[in-house]
Structures are given as C-alpha cells and as structure tokens.
Design a protein around this ligand. Structure first.
Ligand SMILES: Nc1ncnc2c1ncn2[C@@H]1O[C@H](COP(=O)(O)OP(=O)(O)OP(=O)(O)O)[C@@H](O)[C@H]1O
Ligand SMILES: [Mg+2]
Length: 277
C-alpha cells in the first residue's frame, strides 16, 4: 500500500436478500458486484454513478453500517473486517457520514442541538454535559449556524441549514474521513455552492479526507481530485478529475459529462478556470 493511502477497498461485493428462513425468501439483488479503489489522505475522491448503481451501499459498507458479502476494506493499514467491537467503536469517531437525505437523518422529535451533542455523548470520551453543550455550540458556529439553532427541531430548519447541522454532527467527533452521500443533491444551486464551499474550508481546517458520492458530474470538477465511475455495481473508470473531463473513456462517463454541460452551460467558466475543459 502507498504510504499516503488512507482507505483501500478491494473486490467489494454486496448481495441483498436471498433465503432468510424456510418461511421467508426474498429475491437476491447484487447491489455491488466488484468495487476497488483507494483514497489518499487529504483528497476528495468522487464516487459517481446513476441512481441504483450501488453508491450508497459502498459508502455504508465502508462505515460497516452494513456488512459486505465479500471483499476487503483497509483503513489506515488495518483491515476493518478483522476489528473487534471495541476497536470498531474507536474507529467510529474517525469515520463519519453525512447522509443523502438530511430530513430523515434527524429524529423529528428531538432538537438539533441535543442530537449533535448525542453524537459526542455516545462516541466521545467525555461525559461532562457542560463541556458537551459548549462544544456543540462551537460546532454550530463552525458550520455557520447561530447558537439559537440548538433548541430548534429539524422541521424548523431549511434543507441547507439541516445539511449544515448534519455536517456539524459528523464533525463534532473530529473525524479523519467523511463519507458525503449526496450531501447537496436536494438543495438549490446557490445553497449547493455554499455547502460545497463550507466542506472545502472544513477540509483545509481539519485536514479531512472525503468520499463524495453523487449521481452526476455536477460539481465534481470543482470539488473532487479523483473520480471513480460506478455502473451497475462495478467501477468502470477511475482517473483524476482533469483526465476524466478531458479524456472520458467509457460511454457512460461521456453520457454523464454531456448531461452536465447541457444542464449547466454557465458552469463552463468554473471548469475552464480549473483547466479541466
Ligand atoms: N436493503 C436493501 N435490500 C434490497 N435491495 C437493496 C437494499 N438497499 C439497496 N438495494 C438495491 O441495491 C441497488 C443499489 O442501491 P444503492 O442505494 O446503493 O444505489 P445508489 O447508487 O446509492 O442510488 P441513488 O443515486 O438513487 O441513491 C439498488 O438496486 C437498490 O434497489
Ligand atoms: Mg444513494
């Protein structure tokens, strides 16, 4: 393994369903067939593919929220498959996720502040409630939310504000690696840009490594260093963002590229500034 590789997945596969008992059997779905890639420390790695291609499943396997059917995940030199419960719990702090749907990512009956604090109570080393409260307020400030958001309920926030709260909840544990599962897909263009800029600032400030999941190439040129394109559970192309935009090899990649250029003609300026087209 290269010395600056933070995470490496090899031959990852996930089959859902199949026979559960003699009474219950569901249809087998191979959501992820064969996925391999590695992510270097400090980079933003994009995992791009159409809806249903298996992106969320890959993200959840990396976090061990679901178990892979086969394959391996090596984080910082350690195989995640071999860790004890205690070791996995320690790792939980380092590896966090920002969910696709910020609406359902929060419990509607609890305040935003208490849920961010809960993350620290559950996984952190400290149980001093005053300290936790103070740290939660600091985290709200880091993501650009005022202190009075602490006592608000999830439905009292806009989509963009809820996404910021989701980022605060992940960051409060001081992680090294964040899986960003379509963190801005549900937001309108100006809010999208705000959240992406926030993520870029936080990456510099806290030296974070990102896996950025998206279903199109929108923002990828701006945000990602390297990209893997996923199709029907398989990686069909991996390259630097610049190479992908200049010289897409696979038909699916070309399709994803052409849709972004027609959708966001005016984003061309951004890409030209980054020398990608
Ligand atoms: N718990 C589950 N049980 C059975 N099949 C599932 C389950 N979760 C996902 N799938 C199936 O696995 C495939 C991949 O799903 P996944 O959620 O990983 O896709 P995705 O690339 O994240 O899509 P999207 O862009 O819509 O979020 C889909 O065909 C989906 O229907
Ligand atoms: Mg998904």
């Amino acid at each position: 393994m290269k010395d600056n590789t933070l995470i490496e997945v090899k031959g990852l596969q996930k089959v859902y369903g199949g026979k559960k008992s003699i009474f219950l059997s569901t249809k087998k779905v191979t959501a992820v067939k064969d996925v391999s890639f590695s992510i270097r420390e400090g980079e933003t790695f994009g995992l791009i593919g159409e809806s249903g291609s298996g992106k969320t499943t890959v993200g959840r396997m990396i976090l061990r929220l679901i178990d892979p059917t086969s394959g391996s995940i090596i984080y910082n030199g350690h195989s995640l498959m071999d860790l004890s419960k205690k070791e996995m719990a320690a790792l939980r702090k380092e590896v966090q996720i920002v969910f696709q749907d910020s609406g359902s990512a929060f419990n509607p009956r609890k305040t935003i502040g208490s849920q961010i604090a809960q993350s620290l109570l559950k996984f952190g080393d400290n149980s001093d409630s005053q300290l936790i409260h103070k740290e939660t307020l600091r985290m709200l400030e880091v993501v650009g939310l005022r202190a009075d958001f602490y006592d608000r309920y999830p439905h009292e926030l806009s989509g963009g504000q809820r996404q910021r709260a989701g980022i605060a909840r992940a960051l409060i544990l001081k992680p090294k690696f964040l899986v960003l599962d379509e963190p801005v897909s549900a937001l309108d263009v100006s809010v999208k840009a705000q959240i992406i800029n926030l993520l870029m600032d936080l990456q510099k400030e806290f030296n974070l490594t990102y896996l950025f999941i998206a279903h199109n190439l929108d923002l990828v040129a701006y945000f990602c260093d390297r990209v893997a394109v996923l199709s029907k559970g398989e990686v069909i192309e991996t390259s630097s963002t610049m190479e992908l935009f200049k010289n897409p090899k696979h038909e699916m990649t070309k399709k994803l590229l052409s849709s972004i250029l027609t959708l966001h003609g005016d984003l061309g300026e951004v890409y030209r500034n980054r020398n990608v087209i």
